[in-house]
Design a protein. Structure first.
Length: 71
């Protein structure tokens, strides 16, 4: 009776598939973090309007009525 030693190797395909899944998972997590950070607004937003021509002092059409500004 003779004993035989068999060596079983992992195929290259299995290693590549595992590496691809791990890379896709890490890239997906990083993209999710990056996209989430740009869509979340932490405070109130403000809009600043800058006109190309200077406005005259008489150009103010807003009137205060009972401490409320009405334009």
């Amino acid at each position: 009776m003779q004993a035989r030693l068999e060596i079983q190797r992992c195929s290259v395909v299995r290693i590549l598939v595992a590496f691809g899944v791990a890379a896709a998972l890490l890239i997906g997590l990083q993209l999710g973090y990056a996209l989430k950070a740009t869509t979340v607004i932490s405070g109130p937003s403000r809009v600043v309007v800058v006109s190309a021509q200077p406005s005259a002092q008489d150009d103010n059409r807003c009137v205060f009525i009972n401490r409320v500004k009405a334009c």
